[in-house]
Design a protein around this ligand. Sequence first.
Ligand code: SF4
Length: 94
Amino acid sequence: MIERFSPSGTLLSMHTEMITTPDLAWQEEALCAQTGADFFFPEPGSSVRDAKRICALCPIRSACLEYALSNDERFGVWGGLSEKERLALRRTAH
Ligand code: SF4
């Protein structure tokens, strides 16, 4: 079941639209819910520096990154890491 509990157009709403598990209470503290999703899902080749700055201050960064790695999220910045950085992390973990 898809659950939405944040304003549409925010990163959190984009994330939750892709999530199918109900155990998502940690996402209620997501800083990205207070910003525009554009930072976190930039056009190819665009900077992710602003998204990373927000993630660095986010209280649930570790849980977010763990979720993204566990669910093989391929797009956007999650837990302070870009798509390429998460891919590299997955490769070194195997
Ligand atoms: S770590 Fe970044 S992407 Fe993850 S919830 Fe926090 S602000 Fe959003």
